[in-house]
Design a binder for this molecule. Structure first.
Ligand SMILES: Nc1ncnc2c1ncn2[C@@H]1O[C@H](COP(=O)(O)OP(=O)(O)O)[C@@H](O)[C@H]1O
Ligand SMILES: [Mg+2]
Length: 269
């Protein structure tokens, strides 16, 4: 692995060294006015697990992910991260966690990149945010990460707007993973891309998740993406989880009538 021990800025325990759940979610809910965004969501996420959240448009996937990430404030329920109550946590502490342990990959790379600075700076500033101060080492690691996400490292001084959509998404992934997060939240990470670009990006994501032992929550309306990446699935409808289980179990033997429709592609999602 190129991003080996010497590339790491700080050390931390390997995910497998921790036995308990990384994330515990109980009774989570959020309304948008009188409307349900998501309601009564319960699940645990263990280190190294990939959880897929699927469901048609408007089923509450992004609302749930936003509450988990702290971009939205939930109005019911509890979220524990490594035993700490997130909703009771102060803003500075929460921001520190988001910087050091979490990553969020947006569907639109523009929402997760700084378009006005170079590719190298997009990756490097995340390293600086967690304490890196040596310019040469930061640049070397940024270059290394561009290579890992299959961007020509010779383009380190180009700005993201010179990149294709697929390359911008790779850059957003490099920017998010360079600090070695434990938990990565992704909202439709391949959503806006051509099918051929999507396929390679999905392979790349799968390799990185495995290599780095990441815990991931990925929202997708695309069941093929869910099948490729997720160990477990939660199916949402009208803000609620209506079915959950191992990915092959849910997709090959769906129990809820709605999931059966979803799997048989009768529903336009
Ligand atoms: N910013 C918002 N303001 C008002 N209602 C919203 C907002 N975002 C989502 N909703 C509502 O919350 C519900 C769930 O939406 P969302 O979480 O975006 O679903 P999904 O990501 O599955 O498409 C929908 O009824 C939607 O209209
Ligand atoms: Mg959404």
């Amino acid at each position: 692995m190129r991003n080996g021990a010497q590339g790491r800025i700080w050390t931390k325990k390997k995910p497998e060294a921790e036995a308990g759940p990384l994330l515990q979610v109980e009774g989570l809910g959020k309304h948008w006015g009188a409307r349900i965004g998501c309601a009564e969501v319960d699940f645990d996420l263990y280190p190294g697990e990939v959880l897929g959240i699927v469901g048609e448009s408007g089923s509450g996937k992004s609302t749930l992910l936003g509450c988990l990430a702290g971009h939205l404030s939930a109005d019911a329920g509890r979220i524990h991260y490594r035993g700490h109550d997130l909703r009771a946590m102060g803003e500075p502490e929460r921001r520190h966690l988001a910087r050091t342990e979490w990553a969020f990959v947006h569907q639109n790379p523009r929402d997760g990149l700084r378009m006005g600075v170079t590719a190298g700076a997009n990756v490097g500033e995340r390293l600086m945010a967690v304490g890196a101060r040596h310019y040469g080492a930061i640049r070397a690691q940024a270059r290394d990460w561009l290579g890992r996400v299959e961007i020509d490292p010779g383009r380190i001084d180009d700005r993201p707007r010179a990149f294709s959509g697929g390359m911008q998404q790779r850059l957003q992934i490099a920017r998010n993973l360079v600090t070695g997060p434990r938990l990565v939240l992704m909202d439709e990470p391949t959503g806006g891309l051509d099918v051929s670009v999507q396929a390679r990006l999905l392979d790349l994501l799968r390799e990185l998740v495995r290599e780095m032992g990441l815990s991931v929550i990925i929202v997708t309306h695309d069941l093929a993406v869910a099948r490729l990446l997720a160990d477990r699935l939660m199916v949402m409808k009208d803000g609620r989880v209506i079915e959950a289980g191992l990915t092959d179990q849910v997709l090959d033997d769906p129990q809820a009538a709605y999931t059966q429709l979803l799997v048989s592609s009768v529903l336009q999602v």
